[in-house]
Design a binder for this molecule. Sequence first.
Ligand code: FAD
Ligand code: NAI
Length: 475
Amino acid sequence: MSKAFDVIVIGGGPGGYIAAIRAAQLGFSVACIDEWANDKGGPAPGGTCTNVGCIPSKALLQSSEHFEHAGHHFADHGIGLSNLSIDVAKMVGRKDAVVKQNNDGILYLFKKNKVGFFHGRGAFVKAEGGAYEISVTGAANETLTGKHVIVATGSSARALPGVAFDEDRVLSNDGALRIPAVPKTLGVVGSGVIGLEMGSVWRRLGAEVTVLEALPNFLGAADEGVAKEALKAFTKQGLKFQFGVGITEVKAGKTGVTVAYTDAKGAAASREVERLIVSIGRVPNPSGLNPEAVGLKLDERGAIVVDGDCRTNLPNVWAVGDVVRGPMLAHKAEEEGVAVAERIAGQHGHVNFDTIPWVIYTSPEIAWVGRTEQQLKAGGVAYKAGQFPFLANGRARALGDTTGFVKFLADAKTDEILGVHIVGPFASELIAEAVVAMEFKASAEDIARICHAHPSLSEATKEAALAVDKRTLNF
Ligand code: FAD
Ligand code: NAI
């Protein structure tokens, strides 16, 4: 006997579990199927984000930042420390405990919202009588039927061609989050978000980190001014970068990895490292779904084809998050999950792709929303720019971190904010004000006229907005 639901969600990452909760709030009977298992084989909902992504990476970034502060910055505050040491096993154990708190939190939320949770792999069996039959195999073996199906099966790390992840020497994000001891040398292929965050963690703990990037320039998606400032800061911290690299061979041995490549001039080079993180992007993960059984359409990359509202080619089958087009970000997946649940309920769910913030949790942090200066130039948009350095911000001086700036880009005629770019302390938190402003179509002058607490880093945001009109007060 199959169990019948109004909505079946396949995948319990931020896209799936949030869609399930919102659908349940709207009065539907909901099942969520997720196959992620913890080291004891138990359920570990939360997907990549909770298990091997956002949450564990931020836990290690926090621990390693404490270590860096204790080793290099406490002395400036008159705090003396001797025999500073790092217990990597304990640090990784703390990270695992943070992950478990989040897994347990999601299981609690499922109970609270009466979402039926099934631990196993969900696959399409057939479409019949206006409903979809879904099999669950794994810890739970069941057959479910659902009128609506939301697919949120996420993404997985992209490997270099012919170089499989062994998670010991050649590491994806998974292995990069549980290196057992600080490596003397660490190679990172790809200077994107994971490369910078994980490279920073292990560099702070003492590894000599070299980042090999295929493109000739750094962080192409970020505003050029921000990318330049960040590269300067990372290089000063000791991260080594090589751009324009073409990896030709990766050979993993028992104690290290040899990476052969061509450099920017095309000359052959090679480097021995103790471990190698490969962070060259992620690929959509429709694995195990059995899309052929119902004719669910995928594109050539394996992404599920959806329209702007996350509708697939099948009636009442939706897909959200990393498994569809768009940025691979947890908050984008969540927004899509909520919007789809609301659309199923006949409401007007909406995701504004123009105001999805990006954050890179390095030190300095990097955050932006909207268009970059180079995008505005390429699009022929007339704009005004205003920038304010943290060096001139009292709170940043008191914190002891004056790296970076806030930059506003506003329409030359209407003053509407078109983009905000921050590199510096707590950029991840400061960007929220810019997102709100852009969502409400605010002008730079709107922000400049709002009272910001003193002393706070957010005053740099106000000053950058004032700078658009060339009237900063403190610079
Ligand atoms: P996922 O989180 O990948 O979840 C998919 C779930 O579906 C998984 O649990 C998987 O096991 C399950 N599944 C797959 N197939 C099946 C099946 N057939 N049956 C049952 N279950 C199935 N984003 C941010 O916004 N901020 C960050 O700071 C951030 N940090 C990151 C750090 C790292 C190291 C990585 C790798 C990613 C990071 N991301 C971050 C990206 C973020 O993790 C993803 O965008 C987000 O997890 C996507 O959510 P999702 O629900 O689409 O998929
Ligand atoms: P990425 O797309 O951010 O960066 C990949 C980098 O690798 C690019 O600079 C690319 O030019 C380079 N590259 C590609 N092929 C290469 C090759 N063969 N040799 C050398 N370099 C090569 O991908 P990354 O870092 O793997 O992260 C995947 C995604 O996960 C991110 O795009 C983001 O969506 C998400 N993420 C988000 C985080 C956040 O929001 N803070 C943190 C970590 C990941």
